[in-house]
Ligand binder design. Structure first.
Ligand SMILES: [Zn+2]
Length: 238
């Protein structure tokens, strides 16, 4: 399997919420895309790992991902430990992604910031010849950080206006997370699906507005972007 683009995140639905539109847009361009969830999300308040796995498969189909897998790290215990790094490095060798999207390194949820370190270090290890891994050494060419929830200025924003409706469908595929059981409805302990929908809409609109389109998804990269033609640059300044 050789992927053009692989998005890795801690929990099933993280990828849909942070870069689902971009994944779909790249699949529509003909790229082979994949999603790797580090955990099965078993600490989620609602739904079982089995239902989440089914929902994740459906969401991947909606986003036209060529591949989706799960590393099986315990939810709430994502750590950049040696065994986790080795397993992820093996996966990166097997999938050979050219570009990876990983979580931003600063976050509220420990799984998210640990996932960021784990992903970066596994990408590095995957390129070391002497490690006891199978397959050819491979390091992704490009590492992008998904910054949707973090609120810092992104390096660039992808216009996902055309993909937004499908991305929304993929997010709503996680029905067990967001649709409360009858017994829960009175208690109002759930993140209501309407509220989630509203928040996702606001966030994507906010990022879209920054580049003068309706909906956008933000990314950060550590290295500067190379520009060849400064006259053709997009997004009006004044
Ligand atoms: Zn998460």
């Amino acid at each position: 399997m050789k992927l053009d683009l692989l998005a890795i995140a801690a929990h099933p639905d993280d990828v849909e919420l942070t870069c689902g539109g971009t994944l779909l847009k790249m699949a529509n361009k003909g790229y082979r895309t994949g999603i790797l969830d580090l955990t099965a999300g078993e600490m989620g308040t609602r739904g079982t790992p089995e239902t989440r796995a089914k929902e994740a498969a459906l969401a991947a189909k909606i986003l036209k991902a060529s591949w989706r897998g799960n590393l099986g790290i315990p939810d709430s215990d994502v750590q950049p430990s040696r065994p986790n790094k080795m397993r992820l490095a093996q996966m990166i060798r097997d999938l050979c992604p050219h570009t990876v999207i990983i979580p931003y390194w600063d976050a509220r949820h420990p799984d998210h910031y640990h996932a960021s370190t784990l992903c970066y270090e596994a990408c590095f290890l995957a390129g070391l010849k002497q490690l006891p891994l199978t397959g050819e050494p491979h390091r992704p060419f490009k590492i992008l950080y998904a910054t949707s929830f973090e609120g810092m200025p992104p390096t660039f924003i992808v216009d996902i206006t055309r993909e937004y409706a499908q991305r929304r469908k993929a997010i709503l595929a996680y029905g067990s997370q967001f649709r409360p059981a009858k017994s829960e409805r009175k208690q109002r302990v759930f993140l209501a699906i309407d509220e989630l929908d509203h928040r996702m809409d606001l966030l994507a609109r906010h990022h879209g507005q920054l580049i003068n389109v309706k909906y956008g998804e933000p990314f950060l990269q550590k290295e500067p972007m190379a520009v060849d033609d400064v006259v053709a640059l997009a997004v009006r300044s004044i």
